[in-house]
Design a protein. Sequence first.
Length: 108
Amino acid sequence: MDKVESKPKRSGLTKKNRLQLLFLSYIELVLNYAIIYYFALRLDWARFSINFDDISHAIYFSGITIATVGYGDQFPTSTLGRYIVLGEVLSGIILFVVSLAVYLGGDD
């Protein structure tokens, strides 16, 4: 019915809610990739310049990677590891661009 009457759909989310969802999405993405890095190293699917002794090292690496900072203190040394890192970087950039569009496109 909205399409017939040309009424724009409203999500009911405020800009503050959208920012909160963006932040939570980034946290979730960082944690998910940290788990992937941690278990990929443990299962010998991918190799990195250091061993992640505990999950906190994997979270640090994931956070630095998604922020595209790349200090160079840790890096993948295998092809699969590089592809996983590339996937995280692209996911982070896409999430940022889409979230920015949704945030700026809101009418409240």
